[in-house]
Write a protein that binds this ligand. Structure first.
Ligand SMILES: C[S@@+](CC[C@H](N)C(=O)[O-])C[C@H]1O[C@@H](n2cnc3c(N)ncnc32)[C@H](O)[C@@H]1O
Length: 281
């Protein structure tokens, strides 16, 4: 039987030419194969590993080598401190998207918001984080993909938060108005999809492809949200930092006010929001 340390060295060496973080990935996959946390794993490096666990680990390394991301292999991803189940039907939630959650919480608190719609909810990451942080918010989450809605619903149940889930093409099957509409929509320009890392290309195209300039869905949300926000309600979205000038302009053209961006931990503008006030005639 090999030790944890030996298996970590072997895993790192196998992955080193193919992935950016061979150390981290090998340790996450071995921890999963052993059913322990990464911290527990690293505290027990001299312990022996059963042959059964070694086989599980080796299979996981092969999947990682073939371009599958760690989250799909282990079946979960941590987001906002919550472990969320993921599978190939949903985008793996990204740490950058926590910027959108932070921005939404700040706007919700400042405006005493009561209701929130998460459009393009995927695994439910944003909706679930919001409801977890602000239990008084009435949160609705929706996605065009039934499989994604199933994953999101299961995640919310696992974390004991109540979110209403709706399968809908943007606003089509959603009723009523909201104090906040938040979305991390697909925003990658079609022409860039082929050049993405193999593991990203294994994620659902529906979750990535934002049309020719990446802004197809964002444009629709900006226009349609105007009739779905309560008076003085806020729209918040994630986009690529390079898209922020164009998104700012779209929000301006559509008469949103107090438009501002929010930076992620690396200092890039990652989220953008504005307030919509109806014109009272
Ligand atoms: C970038 S992923 C974001 C998932 C999740 N909000 C997150 O941050 O991890 C975009 C999601 O939008 C969904 N989507 C794409 N087009 C849509 C549409 N027309 N209406 C609703 N959802 C859509 C996809 O199925 C995918 O789950």
């Amino acid at each position: 039987m090999k030790t944890i340390n030996t298996l970590l060295i072997e895993g790192k060496s196998l992955l080193k030419d193919s992935v950016d973080t061979p150390d981290l990935d090998a340790s996450l996959l071995l921890a999963d194969a052993l059913g322990c946390s990464r911290t527990q794993l690293l505290r027990a490096v001299s312990e022996s590993v059963s042959e059964e666990s070694e086989i599980i680990y080796k299979n996981a390394l092969e999947r990682r080598l073939s371009g599958e991301c760690v989250a799909y292999i282990v079946g979960y991803k941590e987001f906002w401190g919550l472990r969320l189940a993921v599978n190939s039907a949903v985008l793996t939630p990204r740490p950058d998207t926590e910027t959108l959650v932070e921005a939404t919480l700040a706007v919700a608190d400042a405006n005493d918001a009561r209701s929130c719609l998460d459009l393009c909810a995927g695994s439910g990451a944003v909706a679930i984080a919001l409801k977890h942080e602000r239990p008084h918010l009435v949160v609705t989450g929706s996605d065009i993909s039934k499989s994604a809605v199933d994953v999101a619903r299961a995640n919310a149940e696992a974390h004991h938060v109540y979110v209403q889930w709706i399968e809908s093409d943007l606003f089509d099957r959603i009723e009523g108005c909201f104090d906040i509409i938040v979305s991390n929509p697909p925003y990658i320009p079609t022409s860039m999809i082929a050049g993405l890392a193999p593991e990203v290309r294994k994620e659902p195209r529906l979750a990535l492809d934002g049309g020719a300039d990446g802004l197809d869905i964002i444009k629709k949300i900006i226009v349609e949200a105007k009739t779905r926000l309560n008076q003085g309600g806020a729209l918040l979205m994630e986009a690529d930092p390079r898209q922020m000038p164009a998104v700012t302009e779209l929000l301006r053209e559509n008469t949103y006010q107090a438009i501002r961006t929010y930076k992620d931990l690396s200092g890039c503008e990652r989220a953008i929001g504005g307030i919509y006030k109806w014109q009272v005639l």
